[in-house]
Design a protein around this ligand. Structure first.
Ligand code: CP
Length: 305
């Protein structure tokens, strides 16, 4: 098995072999991620992180991953305090940090930002989320979570719920799920359904999916329930957000006693009641931990010796 991608920009750049390569490598990284083993694989290497949008999990798990591999990290988690505040453009900032480091991780509100930077710098670039576009490392950790929990990625039925219009996690994830024998149900208010270009792509790929608007009467036979937050910050008109806010809230009784695996890329707002956390079904905190071995696998694959 080999991995030949230089940059991690979109899950659509991945072959099934590339996906499986990362998932396999992540398994080997788990003891290091758990601090049971020490690794010096990336001693002396530096990762640059550039986060123009807020993040907890993605930035900190990339930083953890790089340090667990023996490397180190520089960069910023917000624009404040950088020369972006003096008007420096993304291109220039990336050129500079690329000269100091061996790879860049970038999150930006502009769709296509990571691809643009990858085309213009001499180090590998990893997309940590570009507007409503893609979030490929999240997708890989989502797949890893499903595989670790269910044992495989085939013959599953997955419901994706919430903000399917603006959610980059689901925009990435569906293309990866389409590589496997997985049936999808898209549950969202009409205004937040999966964009038509993605629906067209999935249709061309002969993918099995349905679109629904209610949650509780569509949970039969579901293996994985993937909840998402309605993303207030992406609505051009706040009044439109208020119309759809709080439409889906999962209660403990909705999945207690079932085999449904409950996932969420997080952060959550009001989609999952806090008492759901005590159920064995609730996988979202473990899912966030799996971000570390998966991102270790990604960094180890793109940062050469
Ligand atoms: N899942 C995810 O992308 O979380 P953060 O926004 O906290 O990085």
């Amino acid at each position: 098995m080999s991995f030949n991608l230089e940059n991690i920009i979109s899950i659509r750049d991945f072959s099934k072999n590339d996906v499986e390569y990362i998932l396999k490598k992540a398994e080997k990284m788990e003891p290091i991620a758990r601090s049971e083993k020490v690794c010096h694989e990336k001693d002396g290497k530096l990762l640059g992180v550039m986060f123009y949008e807020p993040s907890t999990r993605t930035r900190l798990s990339f930083e953890t991953a790089m340090k667990r591999l023996g490397g180190d990290v520089i960069g910023f988690g917000q624009k404040q305090g950088t020369s972006v505040q003096k008007g420096e453009v993304l291109y220039d900032t990336a050129q500079i940090i690329a000269q100091y480091t061996d790879a860049l991780v970038i999150r930006h509100d502009m769709e296509g930002a990571a691809r643009f930077i990858a085309d213009n710098v001499d180090v590998p670039v990893i997309n940590a989320g570009d507007g409503a576009g893609q979030h490929p490392s999240q997708t890989l950790l989502d797949l890893y979570t499903i595989k670790r929990t269910r044992g495989n990625l085939n013959n599953l039925k997955i419901a994706l719920v919430g903000d399917l219009k603006y959610g980059r996690t689901v925009h990435s994830l569906v293309y990866a799920l389409a590589m496997f024998n997985i049936e999808m149900i898209f549950i969202a208010p009409e205004e937040l359904q999966m964009p038509s270009e993605i629906i067209n792509d999935l249709t061309k790929m002969n993918c099995k999916f349905t679109q629904k608007s209610t949650l509780l009467d569509n949970l039969d036979d579901i293996d994985v329930l993937y909840m998402t937050r309605i993303q207030k910050e992406r609505f051009p008109d706040p009044k439109e957000y208020l119309k759809v806010k709080g439409q889906y809230t999962l209660k403990k009784s909705n999945i207690e006693g079932t085999d449904i695996i409950l996932m969420h890329p997080l952060p959550r707002v009001d989609e999952i009641d806090f008492d759901v956390d005590s159920l064995d079904n609730a996988m979202y905190f473990k899912q966030a931990f799996y971000g570390v071995p998966v991102r270790m696998a990604i960094l180890d694959s793109v940062i050469k010796k």
